[in-house]
Design a protein around this ligand. Sequence first.
Ligand code: BV8
Length: 249
Amino acid sequence: MSAHPSRELLERLAGARRVVAFTGAGVSAESGVPTFRTTDGIWTKFKPEELASMEGFMRNPELVWEWYAARKRIMAEVRPNPAHEALARMQALVPHMAVITQNIDGLHHRAGSTLVYELHGSIERNYCMRCGRRHSNDEVLRQTGVPCCLGCGGTVRPDVVWFGEQLPEEEWNNAVHASGMADVFFSVGTSGVVYPAASIPFIALDAGAYIVEVNPEPTPLTEKVHEYLQGPAGSILPVIVHTLDSRKL
Ligand code: BV8
Protein backbone atom coordinates (compact mmCIF):
# COMPACT_ATOMS: atom_id res chain seq x y z
CA MET A 1 0.00 0.00 0.00
CA SER A 2 1.59 3.29 -1.04
CA ALA A 3 0.69 6.75 -2.26
CA HIS A 4 3.51 6.70 -4.84
CA PRO A 5 3.17 4.99 -8.23
CA SER A 6 5.45 2.00 -8.78
CA ARG A 7 8.03 1.82 -11.55
CA GLU A 8 5.94 -0.99 -13.05
CA LEU A 9 2.88 1.28 -13.30
CA LEU A 10 4.90 4.09 -14.88
CA GLU A 11 6.51 1.70 -17.38
CA ARG A 12 3.15 0.16 -18.27
CA LEU A 13 1.54 3.59 -18.64
CA ALA A 14 4.38 4.85 -20.84
CA GLY A 15 3.86 1.91 -23.20
CA ALA A 16 0.07 1.63 -22.92
CA ARG A 17 -2.07 1.99 -26.01
CA ARG A 18 -5.44 1.90 -24.25
CA VAL A 19 -6.07 3.40 -20.80
CA VAL A 20 -9.34 3.76 -18.88
CA ALA A 21 -10.07 5.93 -15.84
CA PHE A 22 -13.24 4.89 -13.98
CA THR A 23 -14.33 7.57 -11.53
CA GLY A 24 -16.83 8.10 -8.72
CA ALA A 25 -17.78 10.92 -6.40
CA GLY A 26 -14.34 10.90 -4.73
CA VAL A 27 -12.66 12.40 -7.80
CA SER A 28 -14.82 15.52 -7.28
CA ALA A 29 -14.47 15.63 -3.48
CA GLU A 30 -11.56 18.11 -3.66
CA SER A 31 -13.73 20.38 -5.82
CA GLY A 32 -16.13 20.65 -2.89
CA VAL A 33 -18.79 18.33 -4.34
CA PRO A 34 -20.17 16.22 -1.46
CA THR A 35 -19.67 12.45 -1.88
CA PHE A 36 -22.46 9.98 -1.21
CA ARG A 37 -21.22 7.52 1.37
CA THR A 38 -18.29 9.00 3.24
CA THR A 39 -19.12 10.35 6.70
CA ASP A 40 -20.19 13.76 5.39
CA GLY A 41 -21.85 12.21 2.31
CA ILE A 42 -25.23 13.34 1.09
CA TRP A 43 -26.76 9.89 1.47
CA THR A 44 -26.14 10.09 5.21
CA LYS A 45 -28.87 12.74 5.35
CA PHE A 46 -31.31 10.97 3.01
CA LYS A 47 -31.87 7.39 1.79
CA PRO A 48 -31.13 6.99 -1.94
CA GLU A 49 -34.61 5.49 -2.49
CA GLU A 50 -36.19 8.66 -1.02
CA LEU A 51 -34.58 10.97 -3.53
CA ALA A 52 -32.80 9.28 -6.44
CA SER A 53 -35.63 6.95 -7.57
CA MET A 54 -38.85 7.20 -9.57
CA GLU A 55 -40.82 6.05 -6.51
CA GLY A 56 -39.27 8.80 -4.40
CA PHE A 57 -39.95 11.37 -7.12
CA MET A 58 -43.60 10.34 -7.56
CA ARG A 59 -44.05 10.33 -3.78
CA ASN A 60 -42.55 13.77 -3.21
CA PRO A 61 -41.47 15.57 -6.40
CA GLU A 62 -41.06 18.87 -4.54
CA LEU A 63 -38.48 17.36 -2.12
CA VAL A 64 -36.59 15.65 -4.93
CA TRP A 65 -36.50 18.85 -6.99
CA GLU A 66 -35.39 20.83 -3.92
CA TRP A 67 -32.44 18.40 -3.60
CA TYR A 68 -31.52 18.51 -7.27
CA ALA A 69 -31.91 22.30 -7.52
CA ALA A 70 -29.52 22.66 -4.54
CA ARG A 71 -27.02 20.27 -6.19
CA LYS A 72 -27.33 22.09 -9.54
CA ARG A 73 -26.49 25.36 -7.82
CA ILE A 74 -23.49 23.75 -6.03
CA MET A 75 -22.22 22.21 -9.30
CA ALA A 76 -22.47 25.58 -11.06
CA GLU A 77 -20.11 27.10 -8.45
CA VAL A 78 -17.45 24.36 -8.23
CA ARG A 79 -14.45 23.92 -10.48
CA PRO A 80 -12.45 20.92 -11.70
CA ASN A 81 -9.66 19.99 -9.27
CA PRO A 82 -6.11 18.69 -10.04
CA ALA A 83 -7.48 15.13 -10.28
CA HIS A 84 -9.81 16.03 -13.17
CA GLU A 85 -7.04 18.07 -14.79
CA ALA A 86 -4.52 15.23 -14.47
CA LEU A 87 -6.89 12.80 -16.19
CA ALA A 88 -7.53 15.30 -18.99
CA ARG A 89 -3.72 15.70 -19.43
CA MET A 90 -3.27 11.91 -19.39
CA GLN A 91 -5.77 11.64 -22.25
CA ALA A 92 -3.48 13.88 -24.30
CA LEU A 93 -0.43 11.72 -23.52
CA VAL A 94 -1.70 8.21 -24.30
CA PRO A 95 -2.95 6.98 -27.68
CA HIS A 96 -6.46 6.02 -26.52
CA MET A 97 -7.96 6.90 -23.16
CA ALA A 98 -11.60 6.89 -22.03
CA VAL A 99 -12.95 8.36 -18.82
CA ILE A 100 -15.93 6.38 -17.49
CA THR A 101 -17.69 8.30 -14.75
CA GLN A 102 -20.55 7.61 -12.34
CA ASN A 103 -20.62 11.31 -11.57
CA ILE A 104 -23.23 13.68 -12.94
CA ASP A 105 -21.28 16.89 -12.20
CA GLY A 106 -19.78 17.43 -15.65
CA LEU A 107 -16.35 18.26 -14.15
CA HIS A 108 -14.38 15.90 -16.42
CA HIS A 109 -15.70 17.74 -19.49
CA ARG A 110 -14.95 21.10 -17.87
CA ALA A 111 -11.38 19.98 -17.11
CA GLY A 112 -10.90 19.34 -20.83
CA SER A 113 -11.37 15.57 -20.96
CA THR A 114 -12.40 14.56 -24.47
CA LEU A 115 -13.80 11.03 -24.32
CA VAL A 116 -16.13 10.77 -21.28
CA TYR A 117 -18.85 8.16 -20.77
CA GLU A 118 -21.40 9.40 -18.19
CA LEU A 119 -23.03 6.22 -16.88
CA HIS A 120 -25.49 8.01 -14.57
CA GLY A 121 -26.48 11.02 -16.68
CA SER A 122 -25.76 14.68 -16.08
CA ILE A 123 -26.84 17.36 -13.59
CA GLU A 124 -26.73 19.78 -16.51
CA ARG A 125 -29.59 18.13 -18.43
CA ASN A 126 -33.34 17.83 -17.79
CA TYR A 127 -36.27 16.51 -19.85
CA CYS A 128 -40.08 16.51 -19.95
CA MET A 129 -41.56 13.20 -18.81
CA ARG A 130 -44.50 13.66 -21.21
CA CYS A 131 -42.99 14.93 -24.50
CA GLY A 132 -39.25 14.46 -23.90
CA ARG A 133 -38.41 18.13 -24.57
CA ARG A 134 -34.99 18.93 -23.18
CA HIS A 135 -34.63 21.81 -20.71
CA SER A 136 -31.51 23.66 -19.57
CA ASN A 137 -30.77 24.26 -15.89
CA ASP A 138 -31.59 27.96 -16.45
CA GLU A 139 -35.04 27.01 -17.75
CA VAL A 140 -35.79 24.74 -14.76
CA LEU A 141 -34.11 26.75 -11.99
CA ARG A 142 -36.01 29.93 -12.84
CA GLN A 143 -39.23 28.03 -12.00
CA THR A 144 -40.18 27.42 -8.35
CA GLY A 145 -41.06 23.91 -7.10
CA VAL A 146 -41.50 21.17 -9.71
CA PRO A 147 -40.64 22.64 -13.15
CA CYS A 148 -43.18 22.36 -15.99
CA CYS A 149 -42.32 21.70 -19.62
CA LEU A 150 -42.11 24.93 -21.64
CA GLY A 151 -43.68 23.06 -24.55
CA CYS A 152 -46.52 20.87 -23.26
CA GLY A 153 -46.76 21.76 -19.56
CA GLY A 154 -45.73 18.24 -18.49
CA THR A 155 -43.47 17.49 -15.50
CA VAL A 156 -39.73 17.96 -16.04
CA ARG A 157 -37.18 15.65 -14.36
CA PRO A 158 -33.38 15.68 -14.10
CA ASP A 159 -31.64 13.65 -16.83
CA VAL A 160 -29.92 11.33 -14.35
CA VAL A 161 -30.20 7.58 -13.75
CA TRP A 162 -32.23 6.86 -10.62
CA PHE A 163 -32.08 3.66 -8.57
CA GLY A 164 -34.07 0.97 -10.34
CA GLU A 165 -33.52 2.65 -13.73
CA GLN A 166 -31.41 1.28 -16.55
CA LEU A 167 -28.15 2.96 -17.50
CA PRO A 168 -27.99 4.63 -20.94
CA GLU A 169 -27.33 1.76 -23.34
CA GLU A 170 -24.75 3.42 -25.59
CA GLU A 171 -22.71 4.80 -22.66
CA TRP A 172 -22.81 1.40 -20.96
CA ASN A 173 -21.80 -0.52 -24.08
CA ASN A 174 -18.97 1.90 -24.79
CA ALA A 175 -17.76 1.65 -21.18
CA VAL A 176 -17.81 -2.16 -21.24
CA HIS A 177 -15.95 -2.23 -24.57
CA ALA A 178 -13.28 0.23 -23.42
CA SER A 179 -12.77 -1.63 -20.13
CA GLY A 180 -12.36 -4.95 -21.95
CA MET A 181 -9.61 -3.47 -24.13
CA ALA A 182 -7.67 -1.49 -21.49
CA ASP A 183 -3.94 -2.09 -20.86
CA VAL A 184 -4.07 0.05 -17.71
CA PHE A 185 -7.29 0.73 -15.76
CA PHE A 186 -7.62 3.31 -12.96
CA SER A 187 -10.49 3.13 -10.45
CA VAL A 188 -10.57 6.55 -8.81
CA GLY A 189 -12.73 7.74 -5.91
CA THR A 190 -15.49 5.18 -5.90
CA SER A 191 -16.78 3.02 -3.05
CA GLY A 192 -17.74 0.35 -5.57
CA VAL A 193 -21.19 -0.36 -4.12
CA VAL A 194 -23.49 0.85 -6.90
CA TYR A 195 -24.21 -1.68 -9.65
CA PRO A 196 -23.98 -2.28 -12.53
CA ALA A 197 -21.29 0.48 -12.62
CA ALA A 198 -19.29 -1.27 -9.87
CA SER A 199 -18.82 -4.27 -12.17
CA ILE A 200 -16.79 -2.19 -14.67
CA PRO A 201 -13.39 -2.65 -12.92
CA PHE A 202 -13.95 -6.42 -12.83
CA ILE A 203 -14.53 -6.44 -16.60
CA ALA A 204 -11.10 -4.83 -17.02
CA LEU A 205 -9.52 -7.17 -14.45
CA ASP A 206 -10.92 -10.28 -16.16
CA ALA A 207 -9.69 -8.97 -19.53
CA GLY A 208 -6.12 -8.71 -18.24
CA ALA A 209 -5.73 -4.98 -17.56
CA TYR A 210 -3.29 -3.68 -14.93
CA ILE A 211 -5.70 -2.35 -12.29
CA VAL A 212 -4.79 0.67 -10.16
CA GLU A 213 -7.06 2.00 -7.38
CA VAL A 214 -6.76 5.57 -6.08
CA ASN A 215 -8.74 6.13 -2.86
CA PRO A 216 -7.95 7.24 0.72
CA GLU A 217 -10.03 4.26 1.94
CA PRO A 218 -9.98 0.60 0.85
CA THR A 219 -13.03 -0.69 -1.04
CA PRO A 220 -14.35 -4.13 -2.12
CA LEU A 221 -12.03 -3.81 -5.14
CA THR A 222 -8.84 -3.09 -3.18
CA GLU A 223 -7.83 -6.70 -2.49
CA LYS A 224 -8.11 -7.53 -6.20
CA VAL A 225 -6.14 -4.65 -7.73
CA HIS A 226 -2.50 -4.80 -8.89
CA GLU A 227 -1.70 -1.47 -7.27
CA TYR A 228 -3.51 0.44 -4.51
CA LEU A 229 -2.46 4.08 -4.18
CA GLN A 230 -3.89 5.23 -0.87
CA GLY A 231 -4.62 8.93 -0.74
CA PRO A 232 -6.54 11.77 -2.38
CA ALA A 233 -6.81 11.69 -6.17
CA GLY A 234 -5.95 15.41 -6.35
CA SER A 235 -2.47 14.63 -4.98
CA ILE A 236 -1.79 11.19 -6.49
CA LEU A 237 -2.88 11.61 -10.11
CA PRO A 238 -0.81 14.76 -10.85
CA VAL A 239 2.36 12.91 -9.72
CA ILE A 240 1.63 10.07 -12.16
CA VAL A 241 0.91 12.43 -15.04
CA HIS A 242 3.93 14.63 -14.31
CA THR A 243 6.19 11.55 -14.49
CA LEU A 244 4.47 10.44 -17.72
CA ASP A 245 4.83 13.95 -19.15
CA SER A 246 8.56 14.08 -18.37
CA ARG A 247 9.09 10.70 -20.08
CA LYS A 248 7.28 11.85 -23.18
CA LEU A 249 9.42 14.95 -23.61
C1 BV8 B 1 -30.27 -0.77 -11.97
C2 BV8 B 1 -27.28 9.40 -10.24
C3 BV8 B 1 -31.77 -2.32 -12.82
C4 BV8 B 1 -28.32 10.10 -9.44
C5 BV8 B 1 -26.71 7.35 -9.03
C6 BV8 B 1 -33.07 -2.65 -5.28
C7 BV8 B 1 -33.92 -2.02 -6.19
C8 BV8 B 1 -33.46 -1.50 -7.40
C9 BV8 B 1 -32.12 -1.61 -7.71
C10 BV8 B 1 -31.28 -2.20 -6.79
C11 BV8 B 1 -31.73 -2.74 -5.59
N1 BV8 B 1 -30.65 -3.26 -4.93
C12 BV8 B 1 -29.54 -3.07 -5.66
C13 BV8 B 1 -29.91 -2.44 -6.79
C14 BV8 B 1 -29.08 -2.01 -7.84
C15 BV8 B 1 -28.78 -0.54 -7.58
C16 BV8 B 1 -27.62 -0.51 -6.63
O1 BV8 B 1 -26.52 -0.80 -7.02
N2 BV8 B 1 -27.88 -0.16 -5.35
C17 BV8 B 1 -26.79 -0.13 -4.38
C18 BV8 B 1 -26.92 1.11 -3.49
C19 BV8 B 1 -26.84 -1.42 -3.57
N3 BV8 B 1 -28.45 0.02 -8.86
C20 BV8 B 1 -29.41 0.59 -9.60
O2 BV8 B 1 -30.55 0.77 -9.25
C21 BV8 B 1 -28.96 0.97 -10.99
N4 BV8 B 1 -29.93 0.51 -11.94
O3 BV8 B 1 -29.77 -1.64 -11.31
O4 BV8 B 1 -31.29 -0.99 -12.82
C22 BV8 B 1 -32.60 -2.47 -14.01
C23 BV8 B 1 -32.26 -3.46 -14.91
C24 BV8 B 1 -33.05 -3.64 -16.00
C25 BV8 B 1 -34.17 -2.82 -16.20
C26 BV8 B 1 -34.48 -1.81 -15.29
C27 BV8 B 1 -33.69 -1.62 -14.19
C28 BV8 B 1 -28.87 2.49 -11.13
C29 BV8 B 1 -27.84 3.03 -10.17
C30 BV8 B 1 -27.60 4.51 -10.46
C31 BV8 B 1 -28.08 5.35 -9.31
N5 BV8 B 1 -27.72 6.74 -9.55
N6 BV8 B 1 -26.42 8.63 -9.33
C32 BV8 B 1 -27.73 11.17 -8.59
O5 BV8 B 1 -26.49 11.29 -8.45
O6 BV8 B 1 -28.55 11.93 -8.04
S1 BV8 B 1 -25.71 6.51 -7.98
C33 BV8 B 1 -24.66 7.52 -7.10
O7 BV8 B 1 -23.75 6.60 -6.45
C34 BV8 B 1 -23.74 8.42 -7.88
O8 BV8 B 1 -23.76 8.28 -9.27
C35 BV8 B 1 -22.37 7.99 -7.34
O9 BV8 B 1 -21.34 8.29 -8.19
C36 BV8 B 1 -22.62 6.56 -7.27
C37 BV8 B 1 -21.64 5.63 -6.71
O10 BV8 B 1 -21.11 6.18 -5.54
P1 BV8 B 1 -19.58 6.63 -5.59
O11 BV8 B 1 -19.35 7.44 -6.80
O12 BV8 B 1 -18.72 5.44 -5.42
O13 BV8 B 1 -19.54 7.61 -4.38
P2 BV8 B 1 -19.38 7.22 -2.83
O14 BV8 B 1 -19.68 8.45 -2.03
O15 BV8 B 1 -20.13 5.95 -2.57
O16 BV8 B 1 -17.83 6.89 -2.65
C38 BV8 B 1 -16.88 7.94 -2.77
C39 BV8 B 1 -15.52 7.29 -2.67
O17 BV8 B 1 -14.54 8.32 -2.87
C40 BV8 B 1 -15.24 6.68 -1.31
O18 BV8 B 1 -14.67 5.39 -1.48
C41 BV8 B 1 -14.20 7.64 -0.68
O19 BV8 B 1 -13.27 6.95 0.13
C42 BV8 B 1 -13.52 8.17 -1.90
N7 BV8 B 1 -12.91 9.49 -1.76
C43 BV8 B 1 -13.27 10.50 -0.93
N8 BV8 B 1 -12.45 11.57 -1.14
C44 BV8 B 1 -11.57 11.20 -2.13
C45 BV8 B 1 -11.87 9.89 -2.53
N9 BV8 B 1 -11.19 9.25 -3.50
C46 BV8 B 1 -10.16 9.90 -4.07
N10 BV8 B 1 -9.81 11.17 -3.75
C47 BV8 B 1 -10.48 11.84 -2.79
N11 BV8 B 1 -10.12 13.09 -2.46
